[in-house]
Design a protein around this ligand. Structure first.
Ligand code: SAM
Length: 284
């Protein structure tokens, strides 16, 4: 079932233990050792599948020191499986040094695909999936976080962020300030678990909804933000979007687009076409 001298990089469930694939079960049951981020946490998964493979811990504090020793074991012919607490190893999780060193040393590295919160969230978000960027966790400190968001302000691909429950309110407010209140976004929380929630709205409405309901601040969260909208290849800036949105509240699209063009310098026709996407057909 498993080959000698091979490192298997095995994705594990992000909440629902039934999401471990049959091949992953086979491999976890037949390698000589499983290298896990937190052995106590992964013990529950192994118990669920009645697996008794020995485990060692590889986490951010010992990875640099341990990785060369594990590579030596691979070169001696041992088979290992790398797992993290949830989802795909190396995706905002330990394992990068081990995989890099193993490949450099000529050991075989075999991926065993499965869940990852970012793909799970994206697949059900309703946001464009043909082009997206995974940004992982934003910086914890406000100034650094706003700087990072500003660097992403003109990104036209869908943006995917991981966020902790402690910082979700602050982060959504910062996103709202930098990307604009009207930018569509989706909060995907507790995926595959009992309180799974996938909720889409404008960034402002989403930030208010999460601020007002402490339940929406709990658990594990992915935030997805629509990229900067393009019309015929031209980018509508957050400022133009804001101006157009306010004008559309009071005026028909044609007049709103004309005034917004004077205020922003963007072509009237582009604003008109973008306005069509903002205003429902019955109220133009
Ligand atoms: N390696 C994992 C993966 O492939 O998705 C990610 C690990 S990272 C340390 C943990 C973050 O992933 C959480 O803070 C959250 O942003 C996201 N995450 C993990 N499980 C999730 C779930 N069930 N629902 C929503 N987000 C989740």
């Amino acid at each position: 079932m498993t080959e000698r001298g091979t490192l298997y990089v095995v994705a594990t469930p992000i909440g629902n233990l039934a999401d471990l694939g049959a091949r992953a079960v086979d491999i976890l049951g037949s390698v000589e050792r499983i290298v896990a981020e937190d052995t106590r946490h992964s013990r529950k998964l192994l118990q669920h599948y009645a697996l008794q493979t020995p485990m060692s811990a590889l986490h951010e504090h010992n990875e640099r020191e341990l990785a060369p020793k594990l590579v030596q074991q691979l070169l001696e012919g041992h088979s290992l499986a790398l797992i993290s607490d949830a989802g795909t190893p190396l995706i905002s999780d330990p394992g990068y040094n081990l995989v890099r060193l193993a490949r450099e040393a000529g050991a075989r590295v075999v991926p065993v695909p499965g869940p990852s919160a970012l793909i799970c969230a994206l697949s059900a978000s309703g946001l464009p999936t043909d082009r997206f960027v995974f940004e992982g966790f934003l910086p914890a400190k406000s100034t650094a976080r706003i700087n990072r968001l500003q660097q992403l302000n003109r990104e036209s691909r869908t943006l995917v962020f991981y966020e902790s429950s402690h910082r979700i309110v602050e982060s959504l407010h910062d996103m709202c300030a930098v990307f604009g209140a009207q930018r569509p976004a989706v909060l995907a929380r507790e995926l595959t678990k009992q309180f799974e929630t996938i909720h889409g709205d404008t960034l402002q409405a989403l930030a208010e909804w999460v601020t007002d309901d402490p339940n929406q601040q709990k658990g594990e969260i992915v935030v997805l933000v629509h990229g900067l909208a393009e019309v015929e290849g031209h980018v509508i800036t957050p400022e133009a979007e804001r101006v157009l949105t306010v004008l559309l509240e009071e005026l028909p699209i044609k007049t709103a687009a004309k005034l917004a063009a004077r205020l922003t310098g963007i072509k009237k026709r582009e604003l008109y076409e973008y306005g069509l996407t903002l205003k429902p057909a019955g109220s133009r």
